[in-house]
Design a binder for this molecule. Structure first.
Ligand SMILES: CC(C)(COP(=O)(O)OP(=O)(O)OC[C@H]1O[C@@H](n2cnc3c(N)ncnc32)[C@H](O)[C@@H]1OP(=O)(O)O)[C@@H](O)C(=O)NCCC(=O)NCCS
Length: 222
C-alpha cells in the first residue's frame, strides 16, 4: 500500500525555496563552536581522496583528519559552517589567524563543500563571510593557498577580486581588505543572527520529525 508521506521539515524546505526565489541564498553561514566537532569530523571524513588533496594539500588519512578536528582552537581561529535541512554540515570554512607582525594582521582561509551540495553558492558564501569577519577583526590581508589546478577555487578567488600568484603547480591568492566600518559590522551581525535562527528552525523540525517517526508503525516514513 502506498501511503502519502509527509515531511515535518517541509516548511523549512519551502521557506528555503521562497528565499531562493526572492534572490536570497539558502546558504546561511553560522559560526561553529567546539560543540560542533563531531559534525566537523563527519564533514571532513566524507571528503574523498581528491577533495582531501585539494583542501589540505595532501591526501590525508582519517586519523590525521581526526587530529586536525580535535586540535582546532576555537578561541584563536574562526570556523564557519553551512547546514542542510538534516543538520548535516555541508560546507566548512576555517579562518586561521597568523601571528600579527606589528600592525599587519593576516589570516588564511580553507574551505570544503560536500560534493552533493556544490554549485549552490555555499563555497562563495563561506568565503564572503570569512572576508567580512577578517575585516571586522582588523585583518588587512586574507590569503588562500591551493593547487593551481583547483579551477573552482581560483574562480571563487578571482570573483572576490583576489590577486593570484602561481608557482610550482600551486597558487597563492591574496585579498587586501578595507578596514571595518559600521556596515561590515552590521552585515556580519545580521548574517549570524539569520543563520542561528535558521539552524534552530531546522533542529526543531528534525526533532519533531523524529518524534513523529517514533509513533509510526514500522515501515511507514514520517
Ligand atoms: C572549491 C569548493 C569549496 C567550491 O564549493 P561550491 O559550493 O561548489 O562553490 P560555489 O557554488 O560557491 O561556486 C563555484 C563557482 O565555481 C564555478 N565552477 C564550478 N566548477 C568549475 C570549474 N571546474 N572551473 C572553474 N569554475 C568552476 C561555478 O560556476 C561557480 O561560479 P559562479 O558562482 O560564478 O557561478 C568545492 O568544490 C570543494 O569543496 N572542493 C574541494 C576542496 C577544495 O578545493 N577547497 C579549496 C582549497 S582550500
Amino acid at each position: 500500500m502506498n501511503l502519502p508521506t509527509t515531511r515535518v521539515d517541509a516548511p523549512t524546505a519551502q521557506a528555503e525555496h521562497l528565499l531562493q526565489a526572492a534572490g536570497y541564498s539558502a546558504a546561511l553561514v553560522r559560526e561553529l563552536t567546539s560543540g560542533d566537532r563531531d559534525r566537523l569530523l563527519s564533514h571532513f571524513l566524507a571528503l574523498d581522496e581528491d577533495d582531501r588533496l585539494l583542501r589540505f594539500g595532501q591526501i590525508v588519512p582519517d586519523h590525521v583528519i581526526e587530529n586536525y578536528v580535535r586540535m582546532i582552537d576555537f578561541a584563536r581561529d574562526t570556523v564557519f559552517g553551512v547546514f542542510d535541512s538534516q543538520l548535516q554540515l555541508v560546507g566548512v570554512g576555517h579562518l586561521a589567524y597568523a601571528p600579527a607582525e606589528g600592525d599587519k594582521r593576516t589570516a588564511e582561509f580553507g574551505v570544503s563543500v560536500l560534493e552533493s551540495a556544490r554549485g549552490q553558492g555555499i563555497g562563495s558564501k563561506l568565503f564572503e563571510r570569512a572576508a567580512i569577519r577578517s575585516r571586522n577583526t582588523h585583518v588587512s590581508t586574507l590569503y588562500v593557498h591551493c593547487l593551481s589546478r583547483n579551477t573552482t577555487m581560483m574562480h571563487i578567488a578571482r570573483k572576490a577580486g583576489m590577486k593570484i600568484e602561481y608557482a610550482h603547480g600551486e597558487a597563492d591568492a591574496y585579498l587586501t581588505l578595507p578596514p571595518a566600518d559600521q556596515s561590515s559590522i552590521l552585515a556580519e551581525m545580521l548574517q549570524e543572527q539569520a543563520a542561528v535562527f535558521d539552524y534552530a528552525m531546522k533542529r526543531q523540525a528534525r526533532q519533531a520529525s523524529k518524534l513523529i517517526e517514533s509513533f509510526m508503525p514500522p515501515g511507514i516514513a514520517a
